[in-house]
Design a protein around this ligand. Structure first.
Ligand code: GLN
Length: 558
């Protein structure tokens, strides 16, 4: 039976006490509980910031920007268009946990909501009324949520994660919209899940539930009574702590769920399952109880648990302070590692201070592979170029992603071709050898903001290349986020010295990948394979890097 909008159930996930306590993984794991039972889901994330999308946010502050397969044209009113394919990094977690591709319209921001309302007012959509947060902004929020509930295939359950923390001023209209929506569809079709932090005080040997009580009280003051409280804590919650939270927060005790620190995040849905959260949610909604199918997921998690070999991958770059800046890369490395029975240790190398070949030779002495990171701007670039050069010289397995591939080409131009001062024009607009540059048509474009190449594009893989032996196909689709390009005029001259083009775009004009011929594994790609890696389906390129790294390590041991 196919559901209609009148059948859709809603799970709203709010956060309390602190941000950054893994609400994304919690939401994705709850989605998985429904999937284990054969129910269909869709996840919406609300980001209360005023940006239209996170494309312009600094990854050091905010973590990586996730890129979707599809691009969505956000049209607040006619004649205004904003193509969106850059969304919040939690969507990476959703894709990895649910195995589904998300659509950019699943990420709702305050920026989008207010733009629609304000431009709508200018176009006369409100017929003389005073335009207000309630009802106009809340109506627009509800409209966007419903759009996702009604879109084919209509899901059995729509999960909505509300970013930020309860009490934030920016989140108020969203919480009010949730209250209204819950009232409209009836409480039985809505589950409110509140995720909080429960600190453990070592000095008194006790969990402290007061911050949780306060954040639940804030929610109650907004007319929202949580049905489930999920408690992030260092350890499994004790029975007395659970009882206390149940009593003070007005939830049944079995609906107080522990979410302790775990080293394999993919275990989280199983942990929720063990605590009865899946069954409790189904009961709450009065849905048909079905036996959860856990075998495949368990086998996948076992691969992570049983990985015994340890390999070290160096990641030279500048955003090394916050590991979330490269969230999808970290995960893609772990996926490929698990498939090969290895745990991947990442060694960050800060290339602002580690910035010449000698320094990098030392840094890379005992690593098994190098992943050269994506990025923008001049900071840390010389060290990244040195890393690519040293990986070539020392035959260390190397994967350059986007900027990493571009800087790999710069390294080859300088060290092998002898083109002194070769560079990307992003850093040196006057370089004599601009091996990475804007394409001619981009230079003519007036509107610089619109020149970023985003979303999924066809990648043609050339025969007789390492890339082809990894993919095993001649055509695929990968996700892009870049402005500059490897310039054929220069790159094609490198062939005689051993650097070849291994993938192009549909037209054959854009270079999508390069590789070295006389090297066990040195590949640079203009796209981001990490966005398509899944815990049970590692990406061929990451798998290639990890396999080469294991061989490199074994070779060294001999
Ligand atoms: N800064 C480079 C460009 O714009 C690379 C971008 C990236 O690594 N995602 O082309």
């Amino acid at each position: 039976m196919v559901g209609t909008r009148d059948d859709v159930r809603f799970v709203f996930v709010t956060g309390g006490v602190l941000s950054g306590i893994g609400k994304g993984a919690t939401t994705a794991s709850i989605a998985r509980l429904f999937q284990f039972r054969g129910y269909t889901i869709r996840i919406v994330k609300i980001d209360p910031y005023l940006n239209i999308d996170p494309g312009t946010l600094n990854p050091i502050e905010h973590g990586e920007v996730f890129v979707t397969e599809e691009t969505w044209v956000f049209r607040p009113v006619e004649d205004f268009e904003f193509p969106i394919s850059e969304i919040d990094l939690d969507f990476g977690t959703y894709e990895r946990f649910t195995g589904m591709d998300v659509h950019p319209s699943q990420n709702i921001t305050s920026g989008q909501i207010y733009t629609s309302v304000i431009l709508g007012e200018r176009r006369g959509s409100f017929l003389g009324r005073t335009v207000q947060i309630i009802p106009h902004v809340t109506d627009e929020i509800k409209r966007r949520i419903w759009e996702n509930a009604e879109k084919e295939p209509v899901p059995d359950v729509l999960l909505v994660e509300i970013g930020g923390t309860v009490g934030d001023i920016e989140a108020m209209p969203f919480l009010e919209a949730v209250r209204q929506l819950a009232r409209e569809v009836g409480r039985r079709r809505v589950a409110l899940v509140h995720v909080t932090l429960v600190p453990y005080m070592k000095s008194v040997g006790e969990f402290k539930t007061k911050p949780t009580q306060h954040s639940v009280r804030t929610l109650q003051g907004l007319g929202l009574q949580p049905d489930f409280v999920i408690c992030r804590a260092e350890h499994e919650l004790t029975q007395p702590a659970k009882e206390k939270i149940a009593l003070f927060c007005n939830v049944p005790e079995q609906n107080v769920i522990s979410n302790p620190d775990i080293d394999i995040i993919y275990r989280l849905p199983l942990s929720f399952e063990e605590q009865g959260l899946g069954t409790a949610l189904i009961n709450h909604f009065g849905m048909e109880q079905r036996e959860p199918q856990l075998d495949e997921w368990r086998q996948m998690v076992a691969k992570y648990e049983n990985a015994s070999e340890e390999i070290t991958i160096a990641m030279p770059g500048k955003y090394t302070m916050l590991s979330d800046s490269y969230k999808s890369i970290n995960e893609a490395l772990a996926h490929a590692g698990a498939a090969c029975g290895a745990r991947v240790k990442i060694r960050w190398i800060e290339t602002e201070t580690h910035c010449d070949d000698n320094c990098l030779r030392e840094d890379l002495e005992d690593v098994d592979g190098v992943l050269l990171t994506p990025g923008f701007g001049a900071r840390g670039v010389e060290g990244m170029i040195s890393a690519a050069a040293v990986a070539r010289e020392k035959q260390i397995p190397f994967l350059g992603i986007c900027y990493g591939a571009q800087l790999g080409a710069v390294a080859f131009a300088r060290r092998v071709m002898g083109w002194e001062g070769a560079h990307t024009t992003e850093v040196d607009p006057d370089s004599l050898y601009p091996v990475v540059d804007l394409m001619d048509e981009q230079k003519q474009a007036k509107n610089k903001g619109g020149t970023m190449r985003l979303g999924a594009h066809v990648v043609r893989i050339l025969p007789d290349t390492k890339l082809h032996s990894l993919y095993g196909v001649t055509e695929t689709k990968e996700r892009f986020r870049h402005r500059y390009h490897l310039i054929g005029r220069y790159i094609n001259k490198m062939k005689d010295k051993g650097l070849v083009v291994s993938a192009v775009d549909e037209t054959g004009r854009i270079i999508n990948a390069i590789e070295l011929v006389n090297h066990p594994f040195w590949i640079g790609v203009q796209f981001h394979p990490e966005f398509k890696s899944r815990p049970d389906r590692p990406h061929p390129l990451y798998l290639g890097l990890i396999r080469a790294a294991i061989e490199h390590k074994t070779g060294k041991a001999r």
